[in-house]
Design a protein around this ligand. Structure first.
Ligand SMILES: [Zn+2]
Length: 139
């Protein structure tokens, strides 16, 4: 079992923002407030993988995505990887005044000893003031 990122709120945020976890993604993951932008949601979902915050990952998935998976699969995936870093490459819309957004990112992780990277163009939608992850734009 690889060492998981610390839940220490004063540790650097896993999303690589250079802020501490507490100043960055933790409030979103603990549902104290909603991520204001698609990028903030994307970053907090990455951090939630690192922290294996399965309920948060589930709750920020669109209803369509939930039909295709379950919490056990999310947990197994998050735990099987050692999350090494996130890079946001581009964003389109996804601002506080928008209802849809696109975030292109690369996540670096290690799985079964192999260094891997996941490049994705993700689509997000906002409903009742909350951002949700919809799917890959390139699917
Ligand atoms: Zn963060």
């Amino acid at each position: 079992m690889p060492p998981q990122a610390s839940h220490n709120p004063h540790a650097p945020c896993p999303c690589g923002s250079t802020k501490t976890l507490q100043e960055c993604c933790l409030d979103f993951i603990q549902r104290k407030r909603n991520a204001p932008t698609a990028e903030a949601l994307m970053r907090s979902r990455y951090s939630a993988h690192s922290l294996v915050a399965v309920d948060y990952l589930w709750d920020t998935w669109s209803a369509e995505q939930r039909l295709r998976s379950n919490k056990n699969d999310i947990r197994a995936w998050a735990e099987s990887c050692d999350w090494l870093g996130l890079q946001i490459l581009a964003t389109q819309q996804g601002g506080e005044q928008d209802d849809t957004g696109i975030v292109e990112f690369v996540a670096i992780y290690r799985q079964q000893g192999q260094l891997r990277q996941h490049h994705e163009i993700s689509r997000f939608t906002k409903s009742l003031g909350k951002w949700f992850y919809v799917d890959h734009a390139d699917e």
